[in-house]
Ligand binder design. Sequence first.
Ligand code: CAA
Length: 240
Amino acid sequence: MTRVAIVTGGTRGIGEAISLALKEQGRTVVANYAGNDAKAKAFAEARGIRVYKWDVGDHEACLAGCRQVEEEVGPVDIVVNNAGITRDGTLARMTYDDWHDVMRINLGGCFNMAKACFPGMVARGWGRIVNIGSINGQAGQYGQVNYAAAKSGIHGFTKALAQEGAKKGVTVNAIAPGYIDTDMVAAVPAPVLEKIIAKIPVGRLGHADEIARGVTFLTSDDAGFITGSTMSLNGGQHMY
Ligand code: CAA
């Protein structure tokens, strides 16, 4: 029986690359999404990956969505908490909603998915959770107090939950991507992005499949001794 993996935000950007890589690795992949039904349907048909819609920031919806996956697909062994949004702006311009939405989805989503899936992993004695953090959670970033706080929170969440899973065969790790060539990064104003790229030692943006390869490794049987760690995949932009 193949292991079941859920990738949140798994139909676009880094999440899409992770879904595809896990499928190629032989996992039974479920891609969660929250937004565009037509795009998700097209993704499901093109990739042969089941899609399920719920808002990871909604606690009850998340529990119900994961329960449905377990009934229809099987027990969830691998969770990749990838879903995330940005609401960039300097503190002066940032609204409470900008703050709250980012905390609720980016950080709250990790809690909600863990509440739904971690107990089953512990009961079965095997599990893998990979949380997608960010270079901006490690180093901070101008105009991102909300996003940097949520991503930094993800790194703390990872280290704490890793301690709870360690003796039970469940590893919990984070990947901290740098700037990757996705729609999210393309939304950064061009002059700002040019300055950021100039500071990346390898001299380019990363590719989504370079993050996905980190996920396939951390979720493999070979990675059983790695837990509570952060894999920084950022082209040398922040060596942490
Ligand atoms: N450090 C110090 N000062 C800075 C700065 C920086 N990094 N960036 C901008 N400033 C200064 C500018 O020089 C400018 O100063 P003056 O007014 O004295 O000229 C002032 O701040 C205003 O700058 P902007 O014109 O950029 O301000 P804005 O209000 O138009 O935009 C912003 C603010 C939306 C935050 C914009 O700067 C921005 O988008 N920055 C990029 C944020 C970013 O990197 N987001 C990453 C998104 S992708 C992602 O998050 C994925 C991931 O995990 C990596």
